[in-house]
Design a binder for this molecule. Structure first.
Ligand SMILES: O=P(O)(O)O[C@H]1O[C@H](CO)[C@@H](O)[C@H]1O
Ligand SMILES: Nc1nc2[nH]cnc2c(=O)[nH]1
Length: 298
């Protein structure tokens, strides 16, 4: 129950004192002080298995943390080092459609910030709207369309806490240019360029997949991929001054044609993740190995 005195559970639960309490609890329960945070998308939790000297903490044991409810999201934090860099990995993220408030699903970003994380790397599974994209392509997110934001649904709604960031944060530089260039360079070295794309990710509330008319609309609006996550995390992470880099694995092609027999489904999403997991993990871990810490991008 919230300390605001209303006797209810609500957004104040993500205020500074709660985030600080969770960060302090985590720091006292792990040997790792992470500077890099990673969020694993649907079926992409294997990234967390790459960490060395792993220490796993279940979400159910963490004060103030929500629980994972989606198949393909294990529901635990994994601490350890990746290529020598201290990391925390969310093996399981939270989505609006799970019924949590938008503030609650983004609480881990603020907790990570308070633990000392400077760089966030998010991954997700997404439907390809761009007609040049194939299943298995990996899209560097260069920008987003926050569809729930158009309707006033933002994780920053409510009183602004200046300790985290400013009232009106800029989003034109949300996806770090240097990290995107690094991804291109690493992908070229690994001979991954033929399945690497760069584009715009659009977030919707879900959990239903899009209708054909919706896919056509989103494509016309300039979106290359569509999903139900990541953007809210990026908004809160950028508000708090963390550098962000995000990748979408194109797990299915959005259905744009009334003659098509294709139907989006979560099993196909998880299967596409299995097919490309190893390369995606290699791409991210090689990038992390080359990360310059010291964030000058606040
Ligand atoms: O964005 P992630 O967590 O990868 O999950 C994606 O996959 C699920 C649909 O299959 C949705 O939750 C969508 O957002
Ligand atoms: N909204 C949405 N999310 C996805 N996640 C994986 N594929 C899709 C998709 O086609 N649409």
């Amino acid at each position: 129950v919230c300390e605001c005195g209303s006797g209810r559970l609500h957004q104040h639960q993500t205020q500074h004192s709660h985030c600080q309490a969770t960060a302090d609890w985590l720091l006292s329960n792990t040997q790792v002080q992470p500077t890099v945070g990673i969020v694993c998308g649907s079926g992409l939790g294997g990234l967390a298995e790459m960490l060395k000297d792993r220490q796993v903490i279940k979400y159910s044991d963490i004060p103030n943390f929500p629980q994972s409810t989606v198949h393909g999201h294990a529901g635990q934090l994994v601490f350890g080092t990746l290529k020598g860099k201290p990391c925390v990995c969310m093996q399981g993220r939270f989505h609006l459609y799970e019924g949590y408030s938008i503030q609650k699903i983004t609480l881990p970003m603020r907790v990570f910030k308070l633990m000392g994380v400077e760089t966030m790397i998010m991954t997700n599974a997404a439907g390809g709207l761009n007609q040049d994209y194939k299943v298995g392509d990996v899209m560097i997110i260069k920008d987003h369309i926050n569809m729930p934001g158009f309707a006033g649904v933002s994780p920053l709604t409510g009183p602004n806490d200046d300790r985290f960031g400013v009232r009106f944060p800029c989003m034109s530089d949300a996806y770090d240019r240097e990290l995107r260039q690094l991804a291109h360079d690493v992908a070229a070295e690994l001979s991954y360029s033929d399945f690497l794309q760069e584009g715009v990710y659009c977030v919707l509330g879900g959990p239903s997949f899009e209708t054909i008319a919706e896919c056509r609309l989103l494509h016309k609006l300039g979106a290359d991929a569509v999903g139900m996550s990541t953007v809210h995390e990026v908004i809160v992470a950028r508000h708090a001054g963390m550098r962000c880099f995000a990748l979408s694995l194109i797990t299915n092609r959005a259905v744009m044609d009334y003659d098509s027999q294709e139907k989006a489904n979560h099993e196909e999403v998880l299967e596409a993740g299995r097919q490309r997991a190893e390369q995606l993990e290699k791409l991210v871990s090689t990038m992390v190995a080359r990360l310059e810490l010291n964030n000058n991008n606040n």
